[in-house]
Design a protein around this ligand. Structure first.
Ligand code: DAH
Length: 340
C-alpha cells in the first residue's frame, strides 16, 4: 500500500479508537516491531539512493505525526476514563444535558416596547428623564406651587436631607419640562418611565409603577388632534376598534383638563365585573398644556399650544392581559412571569 494511504488509514483508526486497548493495537499495527510504517523503514535498504532518501524522509515524518496523534488520543481517552470512573456512581455522563433556562421579557417591558413602536410610527420620539427629581421639575414648573393643596394628590417620597428638596418623581410629567427647556416646537414626544408614590399597596396601587407621558406641541395642535392620536393608539394597542370618551377633570398643568375612558375591552361596553357594569374603563388623564407650564419652559403661550397626557403602563398591561393585581408585576413570581 502507498505510504500516504497507510497514513490516512492510521489516522482514521486513531480517530475511532474507543479505549486504550484499541489504541495500543493501532500503535502496534502501524508503529510496532511488525508495524506497517516500521516495515517500510526497514525495507529502505533495498531501494536506490534517490528513493531511499525520498521515502525515508516521508516515512519518518509520518511516523512522528502518528506518534503525536496517538499520544493526544491517549490523553483524551485517559481523561474520559478517569471522569467516568470518578463519577460513574454519581451521574451518567452519556445522558443528554438539560436545556439551560433562558429568561424572557417582563410583561411591562413587552407593553412598553409595543407602546413605543406605535407612537414612533406616528412620529413621536421616545425620551427619558431622571428618577430622582427636584421639586421644581416635579411640581413648580408644572404649575403646582409650594403649599398648594394640589400637591397632596401626589404622595411623595422625599429624599434626605429634606433641605435639598430632592424626591423620587411621582409622575413622568417632569420629563415634559426637561424636554421643552432644551427643544423648540413643533414637537411630539412620549416618556415611558418609572415613577414612585408613598402609598399603601393594594391590588391597584404600588409604591412604584410605570407611566407613559405624551406631549405634542405646535402652532395649532388641538384637543381634536389628541382624540385622533389617542384613539389610533388604543386601536393599534388592543388590535380592535376602541371607543373613547372624554370627561372634564382637573390637573394643574393642563387647561382644560380631561379624563379619558375607553369602552371596556373585556365586554366591549356591554357591562361586566371588570368595568363595574358601566361599559367604560377609566384610562388616562390629559389636557391642553397650561400657559403657566409654557412660561416655566421659556415658551410664549401666545404662539404655541398642544396636548399632554399621562397613563399608567401597568394599567395598560393589566387591561391587555386581564391581570387583576398590579403587585404581581413586582413580585418576581415565576408562576406569573412565565405566562408571557
Ligand atoms: N401626571 C399625571 C398623574 O400622575 C397624569 C397626567 C394627567 C399627565 C394629565 C399629563 C396630563 O400630562 O396632561 O396623575
Amino acid at each position: 500500500m502507498d505510504i500516504k494511504a497507510i497514513k490516512k488509514e492510521a489516522e482514521k483508526d486513531i480517530d475511532s479508537a474507543k479505549n486504550l486497548k484499541e489504541l495500543d493495537d493501532i500503535f502496534k499495527k502501524y508503529l510496532g516491531k511488525k508495524g506497517e510504517i516500521t516495515r517500510i523503514l526497514r525495507s529502505l535498504k533495498d531501494l536506490s539512493e534517490k528513493q531511499k532518501k525520498e521515502t525515508g524522509m516521508l516515512a519518518n515524518k509520518i511516523k512522528k505525526e502518528l506518534e503525536i496523534n496517538i499520544k493526544e488520543k491517549k490523553y483524551v481517552l485517559q481523561s474520559s476514563d478517569w471522569l467516568a470512573s470518578k463519577f460513574q456512581d454519581i451521574f451518567d455522563i452519556t445522558v443528554p444535558s438539560k436545556k439551560l433556562l433562558v429568561g424572557h421579557l417582563h410583561p411591562i417591558t413587552i407593553v412598553r416596547r409595543k407602546v413605543e413602536e406605535i407612537f414612533q410610527q406616528m412620529g413621536f420620539s421616545v425620551v427619558e428623564g431622571p428618577e430622582v427629581e427636584t421639586e421644581w421639575y416635579n411640581f413648580d414648573a408644572l404649575n403646582i406651587p409650594k403649599d398648594h393643596p394640589a400637591r397632596d394628590a401626589w404622595d411623595t417620597l422625599w429624599l434626605k436631607p429634606e433641605s435639598q428638596k430632592l424626591l423620587l418623581r411621582t409622575h413622568t410629567s417632569p420629563v415634559q419640562i426637561r424636554y421643552m427647556e432644551k427643544n423648540q416646537p413643533p414637537l411630539r414626544i412620549i416618556a415611558p418611565d418609572r415613577v414612585f408614590r408613598h402609598e399603601a399597596t393594594d391590588a391597584s396601587h404600588d409604591v412604584q409603577f410605570y407611566q407613559l407621558e405624551g406631549l405634542m406641541i405646535g402652532k395649532d395642535i388641538s384637543a381634536a388632534n389628541f382624540v385622533a392620536v389617542i384613539q389610533e393608539f388604543f386601536q393599534r394597542f388592543f388590535n380592535k376598534e376602541i371607543k373613547i370618551r372624554l370627561r372634564p377633570s382637573f390637573f394643574p398643568f393642563t387647561e382644560p383638563s380631561f379624563e379619558m375612558d375607553i369602552n371596556c375591552v373585556n365586554c366591549q361596553g356591554k357591562g361586566c365585573s371588570v368595568c363595574k357594569q358601566t361599559g367604560w374603563l377609566e384610562t388616562l388623564g390629559a389636557g391642553m398644556v397650561h400657559p403657566e407650564v409654557f412660561k416655566a419652559c421659556g415658551y410664549n403661550p401666545k404662539f404655541w399650544q398642544g396636548f399632554a397626557f399621562g397613563v399608567g403602563l401597568d394599567r395598560l398591561a393589566m387591561m391587555k392581559y386581564k391581570i387583576n393585581d398590579i403587585r404581581l408585576f413586582y413580585s418576581s413570581d415565576l408562576r406569573f412571569l412565565e405566562q408571557f
